[in-house]
Design a protein around this ligand. Structure first.
Ligand SMILES: [Zn+2]
Length: 161
């Protein structure tokens, strides 16, 4: 069947960015399952999978706006070193910062000097054009429970309840 609303879909994929660096890929024989139309995957990818059939291959290019967002300079903050609980951080480390309202937000350390640590709260792939090499592995009708929950159950999906 064709990919459309109310479909549970399995895809094999490889994700590369501008310079051909592979940042993510599904394991052989272990495709990614998602519920089509439920926003499980990034919008730019979901849109371009519509109408494909099992066995179809497609290269999907997704602009930052429909991927992980544009790079936002206002999401980069210098924080005094004294505010960090320990001093063993290094460049490139991923940390989880606590916002004033108590929510936890992931960030990366992109610069350090004697006084300050620079935290970048942009998604690692913000500002990147994403190229997905997709092979559609399986398409089936989603169950009522899956529609209710907004995700796929069973092998390759969620294993709760
Ligand atoms: Zn569920």
């Amino acid at each position: 069947m064709q990919i459309g609303k109310k479909c549970a879909v399995a895809i094999d994929y490889k994700l590369t960015i501008e310079d051909g660096i592979v940042v993510d890929a599904s394991e052989k024989g272990d495709p990614l399952w998602y519920l089509h139309g439920a926003g499980n995957i990034i919008p730019g990818l979901e849109k371009q999978l519509e109408g494909l059939n099992p066995g179809d291959k497609k290269t999907v290019v997704v602009a930052p706006e429909e991927g992980y967002g544009v790079y936002d300079k206002s999401k980069v903050h210098g924080v005094p070193k004294a505010q960090f609980p320990q001093s063993s951080y290094k460049l490139g480390d991923s940390i989880v910062a606590t916002a004033p309202d108590g929510t936890e937000v992931p960030a990366r350390i992109t610069a350090m000097d004697g006084k300050n640590i620079t935290l970048d709260f942009n998604h690692e792939l913000a500002g990147k054009t994403l190229t997905f090499d997709i092979t559609v592995s399986e398409v089936r009708t989603a169950t009522g429970d899956e529609m209710k929950h907004g995700h796929v159950h069973g092998p390759g999906g969620h294993h709760h309840h």
